[in-house]
Design a protein around this ligand. Structure first.
Ligand code: PEP
Ligand code: MN
Length: 356
């Protein structure tokens, strides 16, 4: 399948940057955020959710079609292109009638092949860009299936958005990035432009920069970032929204497209260091996860009146890991020291946890 590169339909300089609030809340909030975003010249498209998919009823479900004229005003006053999320054919009909430039399909809609068929039907042969988020679950087939449905409707301006995946394992991220899935999608559909939504992966302002850089390091073509002029007052996804000034500052510091610049061959040392950085970040995530589980085990040990130190279990852990380490070429005395330190810290955390 051949797709139009984003450069063919979006006149944004550099990477495709889509930014704007999680939800459109008021006309003032939409226009003020858009106006501040447009000043940097780095943002090409303004996003806002009008129909919000919420887990529980009774929460703010968006302003709906009432927000469409606000998006029109954004376009008139800032020149930014506009996009909204569509979860239903009616949303697409309304949005296109009101001059919205592109549609994005959310992670909860992409999981539903019935709805993707309905949406593909209404998009049939319309010449508008469609952005398709990964499904909530880590399933490459569901993602490619949704992309194929839109492609078969005659749409060629398609962009995949990587927004991370739901996971039972708790980590510091709201949605697990599972970078191997967008890498696999790129392998299967090499001409498909792909951008990253670091906001829904991070779930917190603190990790937006790191996730965005990791996406650029993997050669992604842009970002979709949630931005609000006053994030602390946001009605949805408050913790992960940043201000336009913070976005500008983050974008200015990111390395983008350095590897593809033919004049400067990729710096092998830098490249390897970035790989080490990512591996270390994963090691730390895993360690934190391991200690979290150890604390849960502490509770069970207490209720079953077991001592914290279980010698037989520790012997098994040590022996099996040393055997695996040997197969991987890790030096035994080095690995033993690390395992002992981890075990010692687990025991310390378990007793501290029970004493609290
Ligand atoms: C959003 O972008 O506001 C949104 C609801 O995202 P997702 O579909 O990725 O959860
Ligand atoms: Mn959101």
């Amino acid at each position: 399948m051949e797709f139009s590169p984003t450069a063919a339909w979006c006149t944004c300089p550099g990477p495709l940057i889509i930014a704007g609030p999680c939800s459109a809340e008021t006309e003032y909030q939409v226009l003020k955020t858009a106006e501040e975003l447009s000043r940097s010249g780095k943002v090409g498209v303004f996003r806002a959710g009008l129909w919000k998919p919420r887990t529980h009823p009774g929460l703010f479900e968006g302003v709906g079609a009432a927000g469409l004229p606000w998006m029109k005003k954004v376009k008139e006053s800032t020149g930014l292109l506009t996009t909204v999320e569509a979860g239903h054919p009616d949303h697409i009909r309304l949005a296109l009638d009101q001059g919205i430039d592109m549609i994005w399909i959310g992670a909860r809609t992409v999981v539903n092949p019935f709805m993707m068929n309905e949406i593909a039907g209404i998009l049939e042969n319309r010449d508008i860009p469609v952005l398709i988020k990964n499904p909530v679950y880590p399933d490459t087939e569901l993602w490619t299936g949704a992309l194929e449905r839109i492609y078969h409707a005659g749409i060629r301006k398609i962009v995949a958005i990587h927004r991370g995946f739901y996971s039972y394992d708790k980590s510091r991220f709201r949605n697990d990035p599972l970078w191997e899935l967008p890498i696999e999608l790129r392998r299967r559909m090499p001409s498909l432009p792909m951008i990253c939504d670091p906001s829904h992966i991070a779930g917190s302002r603190n990790y937006i920069r790191e996730v965005a850089q990791a996406a650029f390091d993997l050669g992604m073509d842009g970002l979709m970032v949630e931005v609000h002029y006053d994030p602390d007052q946001a009605l949805t996804d408050r913790q992960q929204q940043i201000t336009p000034a913070t976005l500008d500052e983050i974008l200015s510091g990111l390395r983008y497209g350095e590897q593809s610049a033919a004049a400067t061959p990729p710096d092998r040392l830098e490249d390897l260091r970035r790989q080490i950085d990512r591996i270390d970040a994963s090691l730390l995530d895993l360690l934190a996860k391991r200690f979290g589980i150890a604390e849960e085990i502490a509770m069970i040990k207490q209720s079953q009146k077991l001592n914290i130190l279980q010698l037989k279990r520790w012997e098994h852990v040590l022996e099996s890991r040393l055997r695996q380490g040997k197969l991987l070429g890790l030096e035994e005395s080095f690995l033993k020291k690390i395992l002992e330190q981890i075990h010692k810290e687990s025991i310390r955390r378990q007793s501290e946890y029970l004493n609290d």
